[in-house]
Write a protein that binds this ligand. Structure first.
Ligand code: FAD
Length: 465
């Protein structure tokens, strides 16, 4: 093991978790090449109105279940400041497009109906053959039950149930692979919001410092982590790989592990030499990179109802997904006067392309229709742009209709000494931080097995098994 070298592309959760697994197994000759000047990837905090806010991953999802979510365990060890998100009061906090709130009973009825269809969907999903060849979209199942959300109230409840989790509409999302969702089934239904000055990224940093050298200030100074290295080409064969970066450096190793997002793999940022086989390209392009955007707004004073039972509120627009899910920060940062609104998919793409002042005007109009004309103007706005960023191309993968086990296995399958990892390769938890962490361990173990046995047997499920 000692003499084997591995290059890992990307220092997000999966790349760092893979590198640590390799290091623990005695593979010390590792080199992590990261395009940006930081580790953490899609886990990133920034300062907004003097407070640390998470522009990428925010929640630890799947907590207090039968199995322990490894990310929750890490957060506990580090004493990360987290807050359980309680969505049980949405029925009292759902606003109409034309002003005023819906009657609690009306929202409750819409939620009950949505949950009923969801439970039926779970049962139906379990009857489908494992190959996925009879998979349908969530919307198709709703149609089968003659229940297509069509009023603003039904649409916002539907949005909250699906788009708010998967960042894509139920029309494209696979029923079989998301209903029930293994994350909540295995790890529990609770989700915890991270609001910590050190950032959610401190979990990645902590993992990295378990095998990378730091200086007395805690800064990683290990030459095996190279920041600002944009990989542009990977030449691979049965003997090893050569990786080139945009500063004309090149690096040689026995193995290469690619942890960039599926959005990046679908772009032309990295050239593969030889070109990836057709089955691999097809599988990579079939999976979806969804876009999820949290917009932060700062106000001179609070005008929304506060209290834990008012933390989350919904805006039921006739235009599905228009500034739909809102959250105040009074619990996390009392007196901060910050609101966060989440948009996804086409709305995210549209908003990424317009300037902040237009977005602020739109958000203010929505807030005025909820809280009246006299509310103060937002003094500041922050709009993260994950989709436009060439190192990410979106926020997280979503399992679309049309991708079966065969295609999914093909996404992660290695070719010669070229291996793949990242949240999109996670066996059960694609899209999540814990998925990225576990995928990193899995892919590293595949390489370790290859080193030990001289080969790695890929198991790709046949198309119609
Ligand atoms: P990444 O973090 O993308 O790591 C890949 C790394 O590769 C990046 O650092 C990138 O800079 C680097 N890279 C890219 N191209 C190159 C190149 N050419 N050369 C070198 N390096 C390159 N998950 C949750 O569990 N809970 C949440 O609440 C949640 N919310 C989210 C909200 C948003 C807005 C976003 C963006 C993500 C969210 N996620 C959430 C998903 C979670 O953040 C990701 O699943 C996880 O962080 C992905 O880790 P990764 O290592 O697979 O990929």
């Amino acid at each position: 093991m000692d003499s084997t070298s591995v290059i890992i592309i990307g220092a997000g959760m999966s790349g760092i978790s893979a590198a640590k697994t390799l290091s623990d197994a005695g593979v010390k000759d590792i080199l992590i090449l990261e395009a940006t000047n930081r580790i953490g990837g899609r886990i990133r905090n920034t300062y907004f109105a003097d407070l640390s806010v998470e522009t990428g991953a925010n929640w630890i999802e799947g907590v207090h279940g039968e199995e322990q979510n490894p990310i929750w365990e890490m957060a506990q060890q580090l004493g990360l400041r987290t807050f359980r998100s309680d969505y049980s009061n949405l029925s009292s906090n759902t606003y109409k497009q034309d002003g005023g709130r819906y009657e609690k009973a009306a929202v409750e009825a819409a939620i009950d109906e949505s949950e009923k269809i969801h439970s039926l969907g779970e049962k139906y999903s379990e009857t489908l053959p494992p190959s996925g060849r009879n998979d349908i979209s969530i919307s198709t199942f709703q149609r089968l039950e003659n229940k297509i959300p069509s009023t603003p109230l039904e649409m916002i409840v539907d949005y909250y149930s699906y788009d708010y989790e998967f960042a894509e509409p139920p029309r494209v999302t696979s029923l079989q692979n998301t209903v029930p969702l293994p994350t909540f089934d295995d790890f529990g239904d609770n989700v915890y919001f991270v609001a910590d000055e050190r950032g959610y990224k401190s979990l990645v940093y902590n993992l990295a410092t378990m095998f990378l050298k730091t200086n007395s200030q805690g800064v990683i100074v290990d030459p095996r982590l190279q920041l600002g290295k944009v990989v542009t080409e990977i030449q691979y064969s049965g003997d090893g790989a050569t990786v080139s970066t945009d500063d004309t450096s090149s690096y040689r190793a026995d193995f290469v592990l690619v942890s960039v997002s599926i959005g990046v793999l679908q772009s032309d940022l990295i050239k593969f030499n030889p070109v990836l086989p057709k089955w691999k390209i097809l599988a990579l392009y079939e999976f979806d990179m969804a876009v999820y955007t949290k917009i932060f707004l700062k106000f001179p004073f609070k005008f929304w109802p506060d209290g834990d039972d008012r933390e989350f509120f919904l805006y039921a627009s006739k235009r599905r997904g228009y500034y739909p899910v809102w959250q105040h920060f009074e619990k996390q940062y009392p007196g901060a006067n910050i609101l966060m609104v989440t948009v996804t998919d086409e709305e995210s793409r549209r908003i990424e392309q317009q300037d902040e002042s237009t977005t602020k005007t739109e958000a203010m109009e929505v807030l005025r229709s909820m809280f009246g004309k006299d509310i103060p103007q937002a003094t500041d706005i922050l709009v993260p742009r994950w989709w436009s960023n060439k190192f990410f191309r979106g926020s997280f993968s979503n399992w679309p209709l049309g991708v079966n086990r065969h295609e999914f296995d093909s996404i992660k399958a290695p070719i010669k000494r070229l291996y793949f990892t990242g949240e999109h390769t996670s066996e059960h938890y694609n899209g999540y931080v814990h998925g990225a962490y576990l995928a990193g361990i899995d892919s590293a173990n595949m390489i370790i097995q290859h080193i030990r046995d001289g080969f790695f047997e890929v198991e790709i499920k046949p198309k119609d098994s």
